[in-house]
Design a binder for this molecule. Structure first.
Ligand code: ADP
Ligand code: MG
Length: 376
């Protein structure tokens, strides 16, 4: 794109990806999650271009860009453009202060790997525009409008966790977020001498978006059955194992399994907070293994590649626990590995994974990091 030839940004924003320590698929069931931003991020460079309504956005990652007329925002056929357009559409409902701008997007965050590059893309744009056009949006508004953009323009009925983690995280902490009230608390996390190692399966089975929406429907179906006995129940967050069991007859086996996972997963978030506070690292690991079992067998959002890596980790006494992180069907597994054993673990995992799936595994350490911020 021509604007790139003489582009000197007036604002550079870093918008991070995230991991979720525990609490998978609980967000759209109004429950708890425990995510944190990581240091891998998308960088946005912005410049106002003097026009009233003409914008240009270029992704270095995809080496492609597109032009936008702010007076004619509409859904595109190109997926990544919809994250941008969806956010602009949501902002336009709240303020008319946005004017023409140019923007370059660069990333060291793997896409489609369960680290929420999508939320990083949405929130980084909202954050940057808020800054250069002085829109007066609060952080929570940016989080919420980004989530809505993903619903309306991309078509994924995501919960609020990813956007919340990307914007609101603090270094050295995970966020205990109540996805109903949006009350949250930063919980210090210190796993020393263990490290958080991500193994990227490099697969993202394209079931992810449609199955995601199916899971959401299955949970709603479960709630409607439970409500017959417990009318006060609004979402699975309000259900305990006993209540679920007493409503089992009215639901299909599949719906029961899905609900059972969510009810247990929600409890696991609080158990994890407790384990972190007590510095009980063995328990931290065991919770992860129990969660993966549920992800794989009850919620059925894993895949052979993720299951293989989690099973592999169980053979290594220097690994406390592991599970697939993110929405599912591939992406990364999160492993709690003793610092002394990381190199061996990664080397052996890569070798076995290559033998089994003929895919080059990618492995990296992540640190709980701060949320979206200005670089310069
Ligand atoms: P995840 O959020 O786990 O990375 P998603 O499928 O939800 O996976 O989002 C990935 C999508 O986000 C990509 O397919 C692309 O449309 C968009 N995206 C992410 N990073 C970039 C980037 N650097 N440039 C353009 N689009 C991006
Ligand atoms: Mg995503």
């Amino acid at each position: 794109m021509q604007f790139l030839e003489h582009f000197t940004p007036e604002l550079v924003v870093s918008s991070p990806g995230r991991i979720n320590l525990i609490g998978e698929h609980t967000d759209y069931n109004m429950g708890y999650v425990l995510p944190t931003a990581i240091e891998k991020n998308i960088t946005f460079s912005f410049k106002k271009n003097g026009s009233d309504n003409e914008c240009r956005v270029y992704s270095k990652t995809y080496d492609t860009g597109f032009e936008i007329d702010l007076n004619a925002i509409a859904v595109s056929k190109i997926e990544w453009e919809n994250y941008i357009l969806g956010v602009l559409n949501e902002i336009s409902k709240r303020t008319d202060k946005v004017r023409g701008f140019d923007c370059v997007v660069e990333s060291n965050l793997p896409t489609g790997s369960g680290l929420s590059s999508s939320a990083a893309l949405e929130c980084g744009l909202a954050f940057g525009l808020n800054e250069i056009f002085d829109l007066g949006l609060s952080k929570i508004e940016m989080v919420q409008l980004s989530q809505t953009a993903e619903h309306t323009y991309v078509g994924t009925q995501c919960g609020i966790m990813d956007q919340f983690a990307s914007v609101m995280s603090e270094a050295g902490n995970v966020i205990l977020l109540d996805c109903r009230s949006l009350d949250y608390k930063h919980i210090p996390i210190d796993l020393n001498p263990y490290k958080i190692i991500l193994l990227n399966t490099k697969v993202s089975h394209n079931l992810a978006s449609s199955e995601y929406n199916t899971r959401k429907k299955e949970c709603e179906e479960g709630v409607s059955v439970i409500q017959k006995k417990y009318p006060e129940v609004k979402s699975l967050r309000d259900v305990n194992e006993e209540m679920l069991l007493s409503s089992k007859e009215g639901m299909s086996e599949t719906v029961y399994k899905r609900c059972s996972f969510i009810v247990k997963e929600n409890d696991r978030v609080l158990a994890m907070v407790d384990a972190l506070k007590k510095n009980n690292l063995d328990e931290v690991g065991q919770i992860l293994y129990r969660a993966h079992e549920g992800i794989s067998k009850a919620y059925e959002v894993s895949c052979p590649e993720s299951d293989f890596l989690v099973d592999f980790s169980k053979d290594n006494p220097k690994v406390l626990g592991a599970r697939q992180t993110g929405g599912g069907f591939g992406g990364c597994t999160l492993n709690i590995v003793h610092g002394d054993a990381v190199d061996d673990f990664v080397t052996q995992a890569a070798k076995d994974y290559k033998e089994k799936f003929d895919i080059d595994l990618e492995a990296f350490e992540v640190q709980p990091s701060g949320g979206t911020h200005i670089i310069n």
